[in-house]
Design a protein around this ligand. Structure first.
Ligand code: 5FU
Length: 259
C-alpha cells in the first residue's frame, strides 16, 4: 500500500532519477510542500522564492504569466534551487503532438527540473519531452508529471482517462516521475509521486472553479505525496510564515498517514 510506505522506502522503487531526488529532498527537508509561485513579475518571483525556499521540496512556476521573465531570472531561480535544495517545476501542461511539444519544451528544459504535460494527445508526448531534456546538461535527471486529474469544477477528466494516463507512467518509468491527480488510487507504482493541487486552509474555492481541501484531507484521503499551495502562501502578508505553517501541517498529515 503506497499510502502506508515511507518516502525513504518508496525511493527504492523510483525508476526516474528526478523522482529519486525528490524523495531525497522531501526526507532531508521534512517537506512535501510545493509552492505555486504564481506572481506577476520576475522580481516578485525571486522574492517569493527566497521567502519560501527553506520550506519547500518543489517550486512550481507558470513562467508565461510572469512579466519580464528572462534567462537571468531562470539563472537566479536555479541558484536559489541549489541553495535551498528544491526542484523547479514548470507547470506548462504541454498538450501537443510530439514534434511541437518537443520544440515548446526546449524553451524551458534548460532551467526546469520537472515539467507537467497533459496525456490527451497520446503517449508520445513523453518521449517528445525526453528529447527536449536530452539536449540539456543533466537532461536525464529531469522528469515529467502527467496530469491525470484536475482540481477544477466540472473538469472532463474521467476515471478511464486517469487510468490511461497512469499507464503512460508505466510505459515510460524513467521519464514520468509523477502524476498530477486528486484521488488515491490513480498512481500505478510505489516509485511514482502524486502531486495534488487545491490546498487552502482559509477558503473552499475561488470564483473561477478552483476547489480547495485542507492538508489533512489532501494527504490523508486524496493520497497526495506532494501538495501544491499557491494563493494560500503567495497572497498573504507573511508568505514565509504561511509556508512554514503549511509545511508543518502537510508533513504531519504524511506522518499521520503512515501511522
Ligand atoms: F493540474 C492542476 C490542477 O488540477 N489544479 C491546479 O490548481 C494544476 N493546478 C495549479 O496549482 C494551478 O495552475 C496553480 O498554479 C496552482 C494552484 O494555485 P492556488 O492559488 O493554490 O489555487
Amino acid at each position: 500500500d503506497r499510502l502506508k510506505l515511507s518516502f525513504e522506502k518508496r525511493k527504492q522503487f523510483a525508476k526516474s532519477a528526478a523522482a529519486a531526488s525528490l524523495f531525497d529532498i522531501m526526507v532531508a527537508k521534512n517537506s512535501n510542500l510545493c509552492v505555486a509561485a504564481d506572481v506577476p513579475t520576475a522580481e516578485k518571483l525571486l522574492e517569493i522564492t527566497k521567502l519560501v525556499g527553506p520550506y519547500i521540496c518543489v517550486l512550481k512556476t507558470h513562467h508565461d504569466i510572469v512579466d519580464n521573465f528572462t534567462d537571468d531570472t531562470a539563472v537566479e531561480l536555479q541558484k536559489l534551487a541549489k541553495k535551498f535544495n528544491f526542484l523547479i517545476m514548470e507547470d506548462r501542461k504541454f498538450a501537443e503532438i510530439g514534434s511541437i511539444a518537443l520544440k515548446q519544451a526546449s524553451k524551458v528544459a534548460g532551467w526546469a527540473d520537472l515539467v507537467t504535460a497533459h496525456s490527451n494527445a497520446g503517449p508520445d508526448i513523453v518521449p517528445a519531452l525526453r528529447s527536449a531534456f536530452s539536449t540539456c546538461p543533466e537532461g536525464d535527471k529531469k522528469g515529467v508529471f502527467l496530469v491525470a486529474e484536475m482540481s477544477s469544477k466540472g473538469n472532463l477528466h474521467s476515471p478511464e482517462y486517469a487510468k490511461a494516463t497512469a499507464n503512460m507512467a508505466i510505459l515510460y518509468p524513467e521519464v514520468v516521475s509523477g502524476l498530477v491527480c486528486q484521488s488515491p488510487s490513480v498512481v500505478p507504482s510505489l516509485g511514482v509521486l502524486q502531486l495534488t493541487p487545491g490546498v487552502n486552509l482559509e477558503t473552499k474555492g475561488d470564483s473561477l472553479g478552483q476547489q480547495y481541501n485542507t492538508p489533512e484531507v489532501v494527504v490523508g484521503e486524496k493520497g497526495a505525496d506532494i501538495a501544491v499551495v499557491g494563493r494560500g502562501i503567495v497572497s498573504v502578508s507573511d508568505p514565509a510564515a504561511a509556508a512554514q505553517k503549511y509545511q508543518t501541517l502537510l508533513w504531519q498529515a504524511y506522518l499521520n498517514r503512515l501511522a
